[in-house]
Design a protein around this ligand. Structure first.
Ligand code: SAH
Length: 343
């Protein structure tokens, strides 16, 4: 395992195995979680220990290969090159409640959603816990802004990388490191029901976001192949159980697509399906992806949809689109970079 993926007790074991006192483990953790780029920087460690660590647990920071800052809203998008040459992206968004990073959990994705750029090249591999942590650390360092909130809404399906994501959460939540509270973290899933059930067992205080995008199986299966395995009723049942276990209100993502899922009938059905489930609906006007024929809904359709849900007492927000001028959505930067290189 990469040393940056290790928890404090694991680091203490590493130093003990090297004949050193346990407090060295804490020192190493502090350096790593502050974004140290080499053992040479760890000036309070004995030189011999630094050399042994270098030999046994080498690590490299990710490298920024693209940085795009929105002139409009301060959003910054990063494309990182990982140690093995793969690329992932991270977005920093400035909200009134704090600086938020949207991180990737996989290189590519195998979920195949029809509207999403991240899945076009399939899944390359899952990210290691430290590769998710590095996105937070190095965005914070590069931008010079403290990060208080994290959303797992970048490239990849977090519940398709369950164990690594759980370990990442433990790392960012650690008081020795970034100490980001679970209540400031959102995890978004396309609806992998076994993963939702497994997550419920952990009883974390994070916010679960479920990408619903359609209230009926016909439309949802067309947009999201995962629906064939876990249809809407099964998904919403898992969401009800999730709430019963964690007492955390669920947030449903709904990308508004012209003529596909934005009708008044769809809104009525959604209202019916969410009855009695403490939920919040996030309407997102679709971001256009070049390879896809799908188009965003008109503002009028979005507002009518919102009104219909609100008439049923469902809280709705229409998400502001940030970083529209910098490819800042869902795998588009990585996609464009890869295409340019191929050309
Ligand atoms: N795999 C996870 C998280 C990554 S995607 C998931 O599916 O939830 C983060 C959110 O962006 C999801 O709600 C996803 O459906 C949505 N999304 C993907 N492509 C989009 C697009 N072109 N326009 C609007 N939302 C999109």
């Amino acid at each position: 395992m990469n040393i940056k993926s290790m928890t404090l007790p694991e680091l203490e074991q590493v130093v003990r195995d090297l004949g050193q006192p346990a407090f060295r483990g804490k020192q190493i953790a502090q350096w790593l979680h502050r974004g140290a780029c080499s053992y040479a920087q760890m000036s309070n460690l004995p030189t011999a220990l630094r050399h042994s660590l270098e030999a046994q647990y080498p690590f490299t920071p990710p490298e920024v290969i693209r940085r795009q800052a929105s002139a409009k809203d301060g959003t910054i998008k990063y494309l990182w090159r990982l140690a093995d040459g793969n690329c992932v992206e991270t977005v920093l968004m400035r909200y009134h409640y704090g600086n938020t990073v949207c991180i990737s959990s996989q290189v590519g994705c195998r979920m195949g959603c029809a509207f999403c750029a991240s899945t076009l090249g399939g899944l390359v591999r899952r990210l290691e816990p430290y590769e998710m942590l590095d996105q937070v650390l190095f965005t914070q360092i590069d931008a010079g802004l403290p990060i208080s909130h994290i959303v797992l809404m970048g490239i990849g399906e977090p519940l398709d990388n369950f164990d690594n994501v759980m370990r990442f959460l433990e790392l960012v939540n650690s008081p020795i490191g970034l100490n980001i509270s679970m209540r400031h973290i959102s995890l978004s899933t396309c609806g992998l029901v076994p993963g939702i059930r497994q997550l419920a067992q952990r009883n974390l205080q994070l916010t679960l976001s479920v990408s619903l995008h359609a209230p009926d199986n016909e439309t949802r299966s067309r947009l999201m192949p995962v629906n064939k395995a876990y249809p809407v009723e099964v998904l919403l049942e898992a969401c009800r159980d999730y709430f019963a276990k964690t007492n955390r209100r669920i947030s449903f993502e709904y990308a508004m697509i012209q003529g596909v899922n934005d009708t008044q009938e769809a809104a009525k059905l959604l209202r019916k399906r969410l009855r009695g489930l403490p939920a919040h609906v996030n309407l997102i006007p679709l971001n256009h992806v070049e390879e896809s024929p799908l188009k965003p809904s008109s503002w009028k359709a979005v507002v009518q949809f919102q009104n219909m849900l609100e008439s049923g007492g469902i809280p709705v927000t229409v998400r502001r689109t940030l970083g529209g001028d910098i490819d800042a959505s869902c795998g588009q930067l990585r996609r464009n970079y890869t295409r340019q290189r191929q050309a």
